[in-house]
Write a protein that binds this ligand. Structure first.
Ligand code: ADP
Ligand code: SF4
Length: 689
């Protein structure tokens, strides 16, 4: 299909210093949980982005020195020449598809406690290290500043040597030396590097000039700068010091990559911010500089992208998450295939991988992080291995993705769904406050399936043992989901909470089905992800008084990994939800919850009209169990293989369910590998002495 001419502007080449980007799609630096620990995985992932049409593909932040050691978080490193081979591979992988390769040099200052290197952390002023280590950074003296400038210059020269086209100075997200020098909160120096804004900008200006001088003839030098910290005069503001800094350095860099600090303000989840909410903060930048400007906003609307360029807000459409959810987004726009774009849902599961230090994964894109180790490509998949007919039971994320990917392979697929609606849990949950974009998990797959003549969808078709046997497909895969437990078993309780049988609490399934309890409602959260907090919002919207009880130290504790926790707790406080942390539900009596302090065991009683228990789920595996128990009937019906996937196998996140569906489809008719079913990155042993 031809590209819509309205989008031509997005495919104009743009000069960045001595380099030219072939279009306006720009993958900004983003963490991925791989970095120097999983370099092949990271390289292949970047290569796929370049193949997908991004004109610029950057690495994540890249530490310039052992005194900026983020262990256990895994980023890239350019400490010395021994780091170069990995970078060479990244650059080659990106160049192979005609994209420019960028890298983001960083010193993490007192954000890095140097757990591996054990170097003394450095900072503009004496400050505690972030990450709660009982460790402090010392204030840098002049010799330290000279050394820092030298390290930065040396890293830039190395980056140029391996062929990077764009070399970044990182002055954003509240985690970098150059940002801390600039910040009046963190810089209380009395010398020429502290005090006035001009003094606080001095180090940035020096490093910028030195980088330009060292590599500027051959590489573009970019500054990634946070124009606002969303904390008013306490921090940088877009109409105060943020603007002043860009005015002072306007023409010095070859490109401005502008955003909002900290990272939690830049990569806000869809629950808390709309696409492009950053626009009002960054829109001034192009009025102040003639250099190209890139900015992010979880942009997936192509019309919005065009308008940003036409209005003169941005020269490049920056993307981290949209490029993770769909590495081929630019190609799809170019080829006029907008309906094929897998839009990011803004859930930040990708972000959690950085905090939890494992290879990147994405709710929408099951191939993310698997490009090298499993050889999965986001767009292509092996043709079917036989003329097998497959019955998929259940059209939640697992069943939909299995049917879509099997259909893409060319199998004849029947997808049977008990209800009228496709989507399973994502359809139900997308009706809860803030979760609307979850429906994109369904919409992308449903749209793809609709166009496949080899995939038939049967709605309102609740399958039973008899009907499955009657269909007599060659393969049957059960993806019937899960339901929430009513007995309180979860992380805290290995056995049912006493009284849960006599006065059964409500569960999220009740509320999703529109069965709302009367108030006051006590929500017991031993799940610690988003569900309990969105139900609290939902019940407050219905006018119920809500008491929120959790054994954890704070509300929705796991959402620290998606950077949502402070916003969730703030929202519940604003909604007048009564919050009790470190408190357990130990017994249920009619009209009363018996609660216990998790530390002292001291018991209290709380009257309430209803309890909603959010602890764990149980697979809906009765159909699978009954079929599996009757091998003779399967045989007689000609069913060669029966599988169970997604929540029906083991309840987990939507990302897990999509992955399970995809994996099932990939592996059908493929030989089962012996041993570990994926490639591993192995540590190269250095000589013992
Ligand atoms: P997952 O996350 O594993 O995909 P979901 O709970 O989101 O699981 O989706 C499961 C889907 O399976 C739901 O849409 C549900 O209606 C459907 N389903 C459950 N049991 C049957 C059945 N016996 N026949 C057909 N569909 C079923
Ligand atoms: Fe978007 Fe979620 Fe994928 Fe991250 S994990 S890219 S937020 S869909």
């Amino acid at each position: 299909m031809a590209r819509d001419p309205r989008y031509d502007v997005l495919f104009e080449p743009v000069k960045i210093g001595p380099k030219t980007a072939k279009n306006r799609f720009y993958q900004v630096p983003h963490c991925n949980g791989m970095g120097h620990l999983y370099p092949n995985g990271m390289t292949a992932m970047r290569g796929v982005k370049a193949e997908g049409g991004w004109a610029v593909v950057c690495t994540e932040e890249c530490e310039i020195h052992p005194s900026s050691d983020y262990t256990p978080i895994s980023e890239m490193r350019l400490w010395d020449d021994r780091d170069l081979p990995v970078h060479e591979r990244v650059v080659d992988a990106v160049h192979a598809h005609g994209a420019l390769a960028g890298t983001e040099l960083v010193h993490n200052s007192h954000d890095a406690p140097n757990r591996f290197s054990r170097e003394v952390p450095l900072s503009p002023s004496h400050r505690v290290c972030i990450y709660n280590d009982p460790v402090q950074a010392r204030a840098m003296d002049k010799e330290d500043i000279r050394a820092f400038r030298r390290w930065h210059r040396d890293a830039a020269v190395r980056a140029e040597k391996v062929g990077y086209d764009i070399i970044y100075l990182y002055v954003a997200h509240n985690i970098t030396m150059l940002m801390y020098f600039l910040s009046h909160r963190y810089n209380d120096r009395c010398d020429e590097y502290g005090g006035s804004l001009e003094n606080r900008v001095r180090l940035l200006r020096e490093v910028l000039e030195e980088t330009k001088e060292a590599v500027g003839h051959n590489c573009a030098v970019a500054v990634r700068f946070a124009v606002d910290e969303l904390m008013g005069e306490e921090g940088v503001t877009h109409d105060g010091e943020g603007r002043a800094v860009i005015e002072m350095l306007a023409e010095l860099p070859d490109l401005w990559d502008v955003n909002i600090a900290g990272w939690e303000n830049d990569s806000v989840t869809a629950r808390f911010a709309e696409e492009g909410y950053q626009e009002k903060f960054i829109s001034f930048v192009k009025q102040v500089t003639s250099k190209p400007v890139v900015g992010v906003g979880r942009y997936t609307s192509v019309d919005r992208m065009v308008s940003l360029v036409e209005k003169g807000v941005l020269d490049f459409i920056g993307a981290a998450r949209p490029s993770i959810a769909d590495p081929f987004l630019p190609k799809k726009v170019e080829e006029g295939r907008l309906e094929d774009i897998r839009e990011c849902i803004g859930c930040n599961i990708c972000v959690s991988c950085d905090f939890l230090v494992h290879p990147l994964r994405c709710t929408q894109n099951p191939t993310m992080g698997e490009e090298w180790r499993r050889g999965w490509h986001p767009e292509s998949i092996a043709a079917k291995g036989s003329d097998t007919r497959v019955l998929v039971v259940g059209a939640g994320p697992a069943g939909l993705e299995a049917a879509r990917a099997l259909g893409q392979r060319g199998y004849d697929v029947m997808l049977a769904e008990a209800t009228r609606d496709l989507g399973g849990r994502v359809t139900l949950e997308s009706r809860l406050p803030g979760l609307r974009e979850m429906a994109r998990v369904r919409d992308y797959r449903a749209q793809q399936i609709e166009r496949m003549t080899n995939v038939e969808v049967f709605r309102e078709s609740k399958m039973t043992v008899d009907s499955v046997l009657e269909v007599a497909a060659d393969h049957v895969v059960i993806a019937t989901g899960a339901h929430w437990r009513r007995d309180g078993v979860g992380r805290r309780h290995a056995t049912p909470i006493p009284g849960s049988d006599l006065a059964p609490p409500f569960t999220p399934d009740d509320i999703l089905a529109g069965r709302l309890p009367d108030g006051p409602v006590l929500i017991y959260d031993d799940d610690h992800y988003y569900m309990a907090s969105v139900l609290a919002e939902r019940l407050r919207a219905e006018g119920r008084d809500v008491i929120f009880v959790t054994p954890a130290a704070d509300v929705a504790n796991w959402t620290h990994n998606t950077m949502e926790q402070p916003r969730i707790q703030a929202r519940l406080i604003e909604l007048d939800v009564e919050i009790h942390t470190a408190l357990d539900l130990v017994a249920i009596e009619a009209g009363t919850a018996v609660l216990s302090c998790v530390y002292s065991g001291r018991e209290t009683r709380r009257d309430c009209a209803a309890i909603v228990s959010i602890t764990a789920r149980l697979p809906n595996d009765a159909l699978y169990g009954a079929l599996a128990a009757d091998a003779a009937a399967l045989d007689a019906a000609g069913i060669g293989a029966l599988n169970v996937i997604g929540d029906a196998c083991a309840p987990a996140t939507v990302a897990h369910a999509v992955y399970a569906g995809h994996r099932y489809a990939r592996e059908l008719d493929e030989p089962k590998p012996e041993g570990v079913p994926f490639k591993r990155e192995m540590v190269a042993l250095a000589p013992l002495s």
